[in-house]
Design a binder for this molecule. Structure first.
Ligand SMILES: Cc1ncc(COP(=O)(O)O)c(C=O)c1O
Length: 365
C-alpha cells in the first residue's frame, strides 16, 4: 500500500454524535430525540426554505466563489467591512484553512487540552506541534496559554464558549491576554455559539479587530441559524489575513444553495432572537433539575450543558440511547463520567430529564 504522509499516522477519525437515522434503524424506536451534536431544535428560518426553492433553477451553475450577496448581508448585519470576511464549507473548513496557511513542521499551535478536537487534528495534519494547556475549572487558562507561547508559536486557538464545557472567557481577561500575545502569533477566537451567549462579560470580539490585525473570529450558520446540513461558516479578520486564507481556499467551497440559504437566514434575526430566548429557558430548565439532583455542571453559555452523572458516562449514554434520547458521552471528550447534552425544545428537555431520573433511580445505592 502507498504510504500516507507521516504527520497523519495515528490521527483518529472524527467520531460524530450518533445520527438519528442510525439509531432509528438499530433500535427500531419510534420517537428519537437527538441532543448530541448541538443542533438547533427549532429547525431554521422559514425564509430559508423559499430561498432554497429559488435556487433550484441554477443547480447546473457553479456558485460564485466569493459569495458576494452573502458577504454583503453578513457585513451589514455585523457592521464590518465586507473585505474582512472569508466564508467556508462550515467553520470547520476555516479552521483547516488557518492551519494550512500558518502552520508547518517545526511550528507550534497552542490550545486548551479539552476543547474542540479539530484544532489538534488540523495542527497535526500540517506536521506542526499542538501545545495543550489544561483547562482551569473548565475554562481556558489564558495565563497558562501565554506562558507556553514561544518563537515557534504561530496560532493560538480559543474556543469561546468552549466546546464541550460551555464556559466563556470574559472581555477583560481576553483583552489583557491579547495585549501580551506577540506579533508573530495569530489568535483564533472560535465563536460558534456566540449568538447564544447572554452573559454581559462576553467579549465583543469584532470591535477588537479594529486595532488588532492578528485576530480571526469564527462564526457559523450551523448552530443558532439551524443550517448545519448546508455547511456555512465564516471568519472575520484583517483584510491581509483574509487574502492569505483565500490562497488556500477551494475555489467553489460554498455551494450555491448554502449561499442562498445563509443570505436569507441572516436577514431573519427574529428567528435568532426566538432561538436564543428558548435556549435560555431550556438552559434554566435543565440546570435547575441537575441542581435539584445534586449533579455538578459547568456554567453553560452555549446551547449545550456538560454535567457529571457520577457514573461511567458510556453506561448512562447507552441507557438513554435505548430510551430514544441521544446525548454525547463524555468518555471521548476527556470527561469519563460526564454527559454533554444539547439544550432542546421544552418537551425534548423534559423527556431527557425524565430518562436521566429513571437511570439515577435504577442505580441508587
Ligand atoms: C466550537 C466549534 N467550532 C466549530 C464547529 C464547526 O462548525 P461548522 O458546522 O460551522 O463546521 C463546531 C461544531 O460543532 C464547534 O463546536
Amino acid at each position: 500500500m502507498i504510504k500516507s504522509k507521516k504527520s497523519i499516522h495515528g490521527l483518529p477519525v472524527y467520531q460524530p454524535g450518533k445520527p438519528l437515522e442510525e439509531v432509528r434503524r438499530e433500535l427500531g424506536l419510534e420517537r428519537i430525540i437527538k441532543l448530541a451534536s448541538n443542533e438547533n431544535p427549532f429547525g431554521s428560518s422559514k425564509a430559508v426554505w423559499k430561498a432554497i426553492e429559488q435556487g433550484k433553477d441554477s443547480l447546473q451553475l457553479y456558485p460564485e466563489g466569493s459569495a458576494p450577496d452573502l458577504r454583503e448581508k453578513v457585513a451589514e448585519h455585523l457592521e464590518v467591512d465586507p473585505r474582512r470576511l472569508i466564508f467556508g464549507n462550515g467553520s470547520d473548513e476555516i479552521v483547516q484553512m488557518i492551519a494550512s496557511t500558518y502552520l508547518e513542521p517545526d511550528t507550534e499551535a497552542v490550545m486548551a487540552d479539552l476543547t474542540f478536537p479539530r484544532y489538534e487534528t488540523v495542527t497535526k495534519i500540517e506536521g506542526a506541534i499542538p501545545i495543550q494547556v489544561p483547562l482551569k475549572e473548565g475554562t481556558h487558562d489564558l495565563e497558562g496559554m501565554l506562558a507556553v507561547i514561544t518563537e515557534k508559536t504561530r496560532v493560538v486557538w480559543i474556543c469561546n464558549p468552549n466546546n464541550p464545557t460551555g464556559t466563556i472567557v470574559g472581555r477583560e481577561e481576553l483583552e489583557s491576554f491579547l495585549d501580551q500575545v506577540p506579533d508573530h502569533v495569530l489568535t483564533v477566537l472560535d465563536e460558534a455559539y456566540a449568538e447564544y451567549v447572554t452573559d454581559s462579560s462576553y467579549p465583543d470580539s469584532l470591535s477588537l479587530l479594529d486595532y488588532n490585525p492578528n485576530i480571526v473570529v469564527l462564526r457559523t450558520f450551523s448552530k443558532i441559524y439551524g443550517l448545519a446540513a448546508l455547511r456555512v461558516g465564516f471568519g472575520v479578520a484583517h483584510p491581509d489575513v483574509v487574502t492569505e486564507l483565500n490562497r488556500v481556499r477551494d475555489p467553489f467551497n460554498l455551494n450555491r444553495l448554502a449561499q442562498l440559504a445563509a443570505s436569507a437566514a441572516v436577514e431573519d434575526q427574529t428567528f435568532v432572537f426566538y432561538c436564543r430566548n428558548q435556549n435560555e429557558s431550556g438552559r434554566k430548565q435543565i440546570t435547575g433539575r441537575l441542581d435539584q439532583l445534586g449533579l455538578f455542571h459547568y456554567p453553560s453559555h452555549g446551547n449545550f450543558i456538560l454535567f457529571d452523572t457520577g457514573f461511567p458516562a458510556n453506561d448512562v449514554f447507552q441507557f438513554l440511547l435505548h430510551r430514544g434520547v441521544i446525548t454525547r458521552s463524555g468518555e471521548g471528550l476527556g470527561f469519563p463520567t460526564f454527559l454533554r447534552v444539547t439544550i432542546g425544545s421544552k418537551d425534548e428537555n423534559e423527556a431527557f430529564l425524565k430518562e436521566l431520573e429513571s437511570f439515577l433511580e435504577e442505580h441508587k445505592c
